[in-house]
Each structure stands twice: as C-alpha cells, then as structure tokens.
Design a protein around this ligand. Structure first.
Ligand code: HEM
Length: 383
C-alpha cells in the first residue's frame, strides 16, 4: 500500500497515521520555525521545548483573552477561567500545589485495583468508548462519586471537554456549559458532604485545603476530570495500537501483567496522546536566539521532542524496558502534568482489563482505526 502523504502542517500531524518522520525533519530544521498559514512558531527540539516551557515571558493563555470569547460569561467559561492549567502567576502558584500534593499521595496499587474493578463493570465494546469511559469513571470514583453516577459524570465530561477545543460548534459549547454547571453543582454537594471517603483523591484535596468549597477549588476538581479525559483515552488507545503493531511485543509481554506498566510508559514517549501545547508571548523575549514579541504564539511540539535523540538512545525504536526513559509528553516546568503517574496507572489497568476480557488485538489491527479530529490530542477511534 502507498504510504500516506506527509502531514500538511504541525496541526495535521496530530492525527496523521505516521507523523514521526515529518516531526524528525521539523526537529532537524531551525530551532524555531514560523508557519505563515497557522501564524505560529513551532518548537520541536527537546532543548527548545524546555526553554519555551520554562520562559517567564510566555503565558498559557493569550494575555488579552484569559477565557475563550466563545465561552466567556458561561458556566464553562467560569470553570475554564479558574483552572490551574489555564492560569499563570498568583492563581497558579496558589492552587497548583494542593492538587499536586494530593495526586502525588495516591496509592498506585489501590488506584490500579479500583480501575480494574471499574473497567470490569463497563461494557468492553466499542473499545474506543471504554478507552474514554474507564479513566474518567476511575477518577470520578477517586473524587467520591457513587458508582451509579460514574457514567453520568463521564457523559458530562465528554460534553465539557468540547469547550477546550477551538474546533467545537455552538451546540457543543452549549452542551459544555450545561455539563460544567452540572459538575460544579455535584462537586459542591460532594465537598459539603463531609467527611469524604477514606483514601479518596477528594479526601486528599480536602486535607490540603480544609473547609475550602470555593468556586476555584470546585472548578479545579472538574479540571482533574477534564485533564484525565481525552489524554488518557488517547494513551490507552495508543497502547492497544502498539500491542497490535510492534513486532514481538505481545509475545514479550505474554501473561505478565506487570509489563503493561512499562508498555504504557513507552507508548507515552513513542506515540503519545498529547502532541502539542501552546504558549503566548506576553513580553518581548528571545527564544532559541530568535526575538519574539507580544502577540506571538508558540506551538510546543511535545511529540516531536519525545523522540529527540538527546533524550534517549534510538528514540524511534519502541523499547519496552528502556533504561532511564526520558520524555516531554507530560510537559515541563511550572505547568508540567501532576497526573502522569495516575494516567499511566489507569491506562495500564485499562489494557489489562481489555485483554482479560478477551480483546482480539489482531482483529483490532485488521479493522483499523482513525484518529478523532483534534488540534492537539491523538486519540484512535477503532472501527
Ligand atoms: C496520558 C494522560 C495525560 C497526559 C499526556 C497529560 C499531559 C499533560 C501536559 C502536557 C500538561 C501540561 C500542559 C502545558 O504545559 O501546557 C498537563 C497538565 C496538567 N495535567 Fe495532565 N496529562 C494526562 C493526564 C492527567 C491526569 C490523569 C491528571 C489528573 C487527574 C492530569 C492533571 C493535570 C493538571 C492539573 C495539569 C495542569 C498543571 C498546571 O498547569 O500546573 N493530567 N498534562
């Protein structure tokens, strides 16, 4: 079969069947490349990605548009505006550490066991639906939702995350706002129902900020679900693809469930779910020797940086037991993902549950998959 044409640009690369040779060429070019059509600078080398993500002259949102105009003044806009992911400076410094400490304190074995139990209670087909539902249900469970609410929360979350994408229609944004309002109300109830269940993530957040039922805290609890949703669905789906197409991988893993964790870790490097993130220039600065001015935007191509040979030897090779694996797919610097360990635990449990349920990987390969339209997340939809 003829190989597909190269991606048209760095956004099309996210959902391209194999963007990695194109990413390698991008990385081997100038350290920052301006795309006239997208009006974006692209950074793809590991060293430059780290420089961009650590630069204090850049912001996570355009300085003149803290909340996207399309949702400003709506419940979705309220949640968006409070998220640590979408703020710099004082609000970020105040609200990130409690979340980070709560996530760092999770018992991975207990999370894994809870995720397996949740996966067993979900329909295993269509596979792509389970990839979405299982991680969100597991985090909703950790956040104190009752079992009979988990699928409801997943539906709200799938609606809510539409407000994070510039590709969404007016009706999707309307649904996102309704979901945001419903989730805020539910979290308000959960937080007021003291005390939260023993070892839950909600209890850990509450221990960090006792008695805090503020709108910011509630919004950031919603944020834990939204940060989980698409990115972990992509990691789980891309792990199934690796099992299908990496030669000898299934044989190597065999029935050793403990190897599913390194599988997912290597997928997060080799074929990650989050391909890029953005930064916006707030003050004149110089990056990789290039002067940038307020109004400029930089696309940080994490998926290209993940395969930079300066991070790992033989970066294009899928190595299950790679020694001292380094990656940038979970970001870097002040906004780096605090949920990496949780995400990888959930994805490994998801693969384990699907295999235990008899998922036929060859059939998955034969039927094929497409990638969901997205400007930054690579999520397979199995046919
Ligand atoms: C495979 C799954 C995941 C991937 C690939 C991923 C990736 C990322 C990346 C790249 C960032 C930084 C974005 C930037 O700097 O612009 C980020 C931020 C964040 N992630 Fe994750 N993430 C995943 C799952 C999770 C999970 C499960 C949670 C928690 C339940 C989580 C919580 C967060 C939070 C709160 C932030 C914002 C941190 C801040 O701005 O200080 N993530 N994630």
């Amino acid at each position: 079969m003829k190989p597909p044409a190269s991606p048209a640009d760095v956004i099309a690369a996210v959902t391209h069947p194999n963007p990695y040779p194109w990413y390698a060429a991008l990385r081997n070019g100038p350290p920052l490349v301006f795309d006239e059509h997208l009006r974006l600078w692209a950074a793809s080398r590991a060293e430059v990605v780290c420089e961009v993500l650590a630069c204090e002259a850049l912001r996570v949102r355009p300085p003149a548009e803290a909340v996207p105009r399309a949702i400003a003044g709506t419940p979705a806009g309220e949640v968006f505006g409070h998220l640590v992911r979408m703020n710099d400076g004082a609000p970020h410094v105040a609200h990130r550490p409690p979340l980070q400490r709560a996530l760092a304190g999770l018992d991975r074995q207990a999370v894994h066991a809870a995720a397996l139990k949740i996966a067993a209670g979900l329909p295993a087909a269509p596979v792509s639906d389970l990839c979405f539902a299982m991680p969100v249900c597991a985090v909703a469970h950790l956040l104190g939702f009752a079992d009979d609410m988990l699928l409801r929360v997943t539906d709200w979350m799938r609606d809510f995350v539409a407000c994070l994408s510039a590709l969404s229609s007016a009706s999707q944004l309307q649904a996102a706002s309704e979901a945001a309002a419903a989730l805020m109300m539910r979290f308000e109830q959960l937080v007021s129902d003291q005390p939260a269940a023993g070892a839950s993530l909600l209890a850990a957040v509450q221990a960090e900020v006792p008695g805090d039922g503020s709108r910011v805290t509630l919004a950031n609890l919603v944020g834990l679900l939204s940060q989980t949703c698409e990115a972990t669905a992509g990691l789980l789906g891309n792990s199934l693809i690796a099992l299908a197409r990496e030669p000898g991988l299934r044989r190597k893993i065999g029935s050793r469930a403990e190897l599913l964790q390194p599988l997912v870790d290597e997928v997060a490097r080799h074929d990650p779910s989050v391909h890029n993130t953005r930064r916006f220039v707030a003050e004149p600065t110089v990056l990789a020797g290039m002067p940038l001015a307020p109004g400029d935007a930089v696309l940080v191509v994490l998926a290209a940086a993940n395969r930079d040979p300066s991070l790992n030897p033989a970066p294009a090779t899928f190595e299950l037991l790679r020694a001292e694996r380094r990656m940038l797919g979970f970001g870097h610097g002040p906004h780096a993902c605090p949920g990496q360990a949780l995400a990888c635990t959930l994805a490994a449990a998801g693969v384990q549950a699907l295999l235990a349920d008899g998922l036929d990987i060859d059939m998955l390969m034969d039927r094929g998959w497409d990638y969901r339209p997205s400007a930054n997340v690579r999520i397979p939809v199995f046919r």
